[in-house]
Design a protein around this ligand. Structure first.
Ligand code: 5GP
Ligand code: MN
Length: 337
C-alpha cells in the first residue's frame, strides 16, 4: 500500500476529487460532528463529497447542517455503493479498525480509493494510505480542525464547519470535563465561537431534546444502579423489556453509564444494555485514573476504545454477563483500590 505524506494529501486536495466520508457504526456526536465538519470544508474546497453512515444515529444530532444529505448505508445501500465506487478518496473518521464500520467493513476493504484515517482511538490498524492518529486528542472533531490547519486552510473555517466540530468536541469531552480536554481544545473552541458558533444553543439542541419517555427510562436505569463499594465499581443494567416499556429509541441510553462514575469514590462504571434483536448485551465501560477499560474491553468483551472510555459486547444472557463481570472485577480488586 502506497503511503502518502501530509504534503501529498494537501496536493491531492488542491484539485477536485470525489470524496466519501465514513464514521463508525452507531455514530455518536463526535462521529457525525467530525464527518460533517470535514464535509463542509471539503465542499468549500470544490470537491464532490458524500457522508455515508453505516447505520442510523440519534435524533438529537439531526439539526447539524448537512445531516439532510447524509446517506445511510444499511437503508440506502445502492446509492451508498454508487458513491463508494466513484470515490477517489475515502476518509474514515472516529474509528481505528475497519470492522468498526459495521455493515460497511467488506465494501471498505474492497474499495480501491485512497484512504485517509483521522482518529483518536488506541491501537490504530494500518489500513489507510494516510493515517492521522493521535490518542491524546479529546475528539476526532478537534483533529479535523487541526487537519484543516495542516492543509493551511484555517482561513476557510466558518460557522457551519464550526457548529459541526463544536458538537463533536462537546459530546466527546462530556462538555469539556474529561481529562483529554486541553488548553488547545479551548483555543480551538474559542476560535469557533469567534466565528459565530453558539455554545449554549448547541448544548440545548443536543442535551435538552429529551423525550419524556427517555427521562422515565433514566429513572429505571438509576433504580437499577448497583454499587460494589469494596471494588469502587458501579454498574447499570437495562433489559430489553425495560427498554421496550419506554419505546426505546436510538440515543436514549447515551451517557447513562456516567451516572455510575458520579457516585463518590467510584473509579469504574459499566452499563449493560440488552439487545434481543442482535442477540447481544452492549456494554459501555468508563473509568477514572489509571484503570484501563480499553484493555478490559479488548480482553474480555470483544471491544475496545480508550483507556477511560471503551465499549464491547457479550453474547451471554444478561444475568450471566453480570456474573462474568462481577467475577472479573473481583480478580482486578487491587487495580481498583
Ligand atoms: P460507548 O461506550 O460510548 O459506545 O463507546 C466508548 C468508546 O469505545 C468509543 O470511543 C467507541 O468508539 C469505543 N467502542 C464502543 N464499542 C466498541 C466496540 O464494540 N469495539 C471497539 N473496538 N470499540 C468500541
Ligand atoms: Mn470520538
Amino acid at each position: 500500500m502506497k503511503k502518502l505524506t501530509s504534503e501529498q494529501v494537501k496536493a491531492l486536495l488542491n484539485s477536485p476529487q470525489q470524496v466519501v466520508i465514513v464514521p463508525h457504526v452507531n455514530p455518536d456526536g463526535d462521529a457525525v460532528g467530525s464527518s460533517l465538519g470535514l464535509y463542509h470544508y471539503l465542499i468549500q474546497k470544490g470537491h464532490k463529497v458524500s457522508v455515508i453512515v453505516p447505520n442510523d444515529y440519534p435524533a438529537f444530532l439531526k439539526w447539524i447542517p448537512g445531516t439532510e444529505n447524509i446517506i445511510q448505508f444499511n437503508t440506502q445501500r445502492e446509492r451508498a455503493e454508487e458513491k463508494l465506487d466513484a470515490a477517489e478518496l475515502v476518509f474514515t473518521l472516529d474509528f481505528n479498525a475497519l470492522h468498526r464500520s459495521g455493515p460497511m467493513q467488506e465494501v471498505l476493504e474492497e474499495n480501491n480509493a485512497i484512504k485517509i484515517m483521522i482518529d483518536h482511538h488506541q491501537q490504530p490498524e494500518d489500513y489507510a494510505n494516510y493515517t492521522y492518529s493521535d490518542v491524546a486528542m479529546c475528539s476526532t472533531a478537534e483533529m479535523v480542525y487541526h487537519f484543516i490547519e495542516q492543509m493551511d486552510d484555517l482561513a476557510m473555517m466558518n460557522k457551519t464547519i464550526g457548529a459541526a466540530l463544536y458538537t463533536g468536541i462537546m459530546t466527546d469531552t462530556a462538555s469539556f470535563r474529561f481529562p483529554k480536554t486541553t488548553s488547545t481544545t479551548h483555543r480551538v473552541v474559542a476560535h469557533l465561537m469567534d466565528l459565530g458558533v453558539h455554545h449554549s444553543d448547541i448544548h440545548s439542541k443536543v442535551y435538552d431534546a429529551n423525550r419524556f419517555e427517555r427521562i422515565k427510562l433514566l429513572g429505571v436505569a438509576l433504580n437499577n444502579l448497583t454499587v460494589l463499594a469494596d471494588l469502587n465499581t458501579a454498574y447499570i443494567t437495562l433489559s430489553q423489556s425495560e427498554l421496550d416499556q419506554f419505546g426505546h429509541q436510538k440515543g436514549d441510553t447515551e451517557g447513562l453509564v456516567n451516572y455510575g462514575l458520579s457516585v463518590k469514590g467510584i473509579k469504574f462504571a459499566a452499563i449493560f444494555i440488552e439487545n434481543k434483536e442482535e442477540g447481544i448485551i452492549k456494554i459501555s465501560l468508563r473509568s477514572k485514573g489509571d484503570f484501563d477499560v480499553n484493555l478490559l474491553a479488548r480482553e474480555h468483551f470483544n471491544g475496545g476504545g480508550h483507556k477511560n472510555a471503551a465499549g464491547g459486547k457479550s453474547t451471554l444472557p444478561l444475568n450471566e454477563t453480570i456474573e462474568k463481570f462481577e467475577h472479573l472485577v473481583r480478580t482486578l480488586k487491587t487495580d481498583l483500590q
